[in-house]
Design a protein around this ligand. Structure first.
Ligand SMILES: Cc1cc2nc3c(=O)[nH]c(=O)nc-3n(C[C@H](O)[C@H](O)[C@H](O)COP(=O)(O)OP(=O)(O)OC[C@H]3O[C@@H](n4cnc5c(N)ncnc54)[C@H](O)[C@@H]3O)c2cc1C
Length: 409
């Protein structure tokens, strides 16, 4: 028999974005249910949390736990390894040039979700109920969202937040269409130990003809996480290699910058695609994170953009939604506010990726010229760093918070 329970907000999807959204809603004083299965702890990825993500997570009281094992990203080094005739110069973006101690921190995804989960249990258990099963169906009506669970129970909420990823059933219920496209690429991720050479808090991105090969500081000074974007068949071949041979192959592709590698995790692969919703709201629904936008892991933008979705939604609810967080004007204002940030990130990542893999000289030339100019013109380099880091409105906040953290650590 179905029974109906009422909350202010139902967050559907219990990945990192869903967890943060639920904690944020509780901080606004709203009652909330976080719907979705418990995380399995088997995500081989790491997430570089950049720019305003740090102060935002600090403001929710989440940052110290998350950062405890993260590594600061102080320099981002881009190396042209396309082997093409017109090579971009090696370019280093140094956070100190824009008065930051670090661009951000790289965090293990399992640790990230475990920390968010623990924070929910400790801080917000009175306001956030966790329903650890899948939602079976969603109905969005003018007076509320009805979410039917696998066991037949039903949640009624004034606002449904879609954090249920690429195949979002909340988005489907809202009737929001997606623009979708595929890339002929797969990201292979694996963690590496390089005992002979420290990373010195430098993230190194080799631009290859099949996509970036990026080494990001991982758990300590001598480990890095690798995101290696290659053709799908190459990813499968790498994944199938014995750990010793894989280490040798990856060292070759990294031009031995850190000497010999030891593979310390099982490689995982993620086929790349892009998608963006035509609008970011529906009746009684706000679309956030990968239910609204997804693109290749270039420049570490995905979850950072999602955190800005949540922070924006909270701002709108604080401003206009005290009476009803799912009112039409609240969700519409949220949708409008998010358009330029989401679309510009999606387009930027797409163009950068295409400039690597396209055989057409125009994109390649633009990337080469852009990096050459960045090398020569400090003001342009600073502009590129700030643009890569955040939405323009967030820069001041970021600098204050990151620098404060470094001084206290
Ligand atoms: C190789 C790689 C590297 C990346 N690196 C970075 C980086 O450095 N920085 C960065 O910012 N981003 C990065 N990203 C992007 C980032 O990983 C994603 O943005 C993020 O993991 C998505 O989190 P999410 O919570 O939106 O979605 P998900 O993690 O997909 O969570 C969706 C959740 O919804 C649940 N769910 C689905 N359907 C239902 C349902 N019907 N009912 C209830 N629950 C449901 C699922 O179980 C899941 O828990 C990277 C991505 C890749 C592929």
């Amino acid at each position: 028999m179905s029974h109906e329970r009422k909350v202010d907000v139902a967050v559907v999807g219990s990945g990192p974005a869903g967890h943060v959204a639920a904690i944020q809603m509780a901080k606004l004083g709203l009652s909330c249910v976080l719907i979705g299965p418990e995380h399995g702890g088997e995500d081989g990825r790491t997430t570089a949390l950049l720019g305003s993500s740090v102060p935002y997570l600090q403001s929710l009281g989440l940052w110290d736990g998350i950062a405890a094992e993260g590594q600061a990203l102080k320099i981002m080094r881009l190396i042209d390894d396309t082997g093409r005739l017109f090579k971009a110069p090696t370019t280093e973006f140094d956070s100190s040039e824009i008065d930051l101690e670090a661009f951000g921190y790289n965090i293990d995804n399992n640790r990230l979700v475990a920390t968010l989960h623990a924070a929910l249990e400790v801080q917000d258990q009175e306001r956030v109920i966790q329903d650890k099963q899948l939602a079976r169906s969603v109905r969005l009506e003018s007076d509320g969202a009805m979410i039917e669970m696998e066991d037949g129970s039903v949640w009624q909420a004034r606002l449904a937040i879609a954090a249920d990823g690429r195949k979002s059933i909340v988005r489907e219920a809202a009737g929001v269409e997606m623009r979708k496209w595929a890339y002929p690429q797969t990201a292979m991720v694996v963690n590496l130990h390089h005992p002979s050479t420290p990373h010195n808090n430098i993230s190194t991105e080799f631009h290859t003809k099949t996509g970036p090969f990026t080494l990001v500081p991982y758990r300590d000074g001598f480990t890095s996480s690798l995101v290696c974007v290659v053709k799908p068949e190459d990813a499968e071949r790498l994944k199938g290699m014995d750990r010793h041979l894989l280490a040798l192959e990856l060292e070759r592709r990294a031009h031995s910058i850190y000497g010999a590698f030891e593979v310390i995790s099982d490689p995982q692969s993620f086929p790349l695609s892009g998608m963006v919703a035509k609008q970011f709201y529906g009746p009684r629904a706000a679309l956030i994170a990968e239910s609204a936008h997804a693109f290749p892991p270039i420049g570490a933008q995905g979850l950072n953009l999602s955190l800005r979705d949540i922070s924006s939604l909270a701002d709108v609810i604080r401003e206009d939604g005290a009476g009803d967080p799912g009112a039409d004007d609240v969700v519409q204002t949220y949708g409008q506010l998010r358009r330029s940030d989401i679309w510009s990130r999606t387009a930027g990542v797409h163009m950068l990726n295409m400039s690597l893999i396209s055989a057409l000289p125009f994109g390649q030339g633009a990337r080469t010229a852009g990096l050459a100019l960045a090398n020569m013109v400090p003001s342009l380099r600073k502009l590129m760093m700030k643009a890569g880091l955040d939405a323009p409105t967030k820069i001041g906040w970021t600098a204050d918070a990151i620098n404060k953290r470094e001084k206290h650590s």
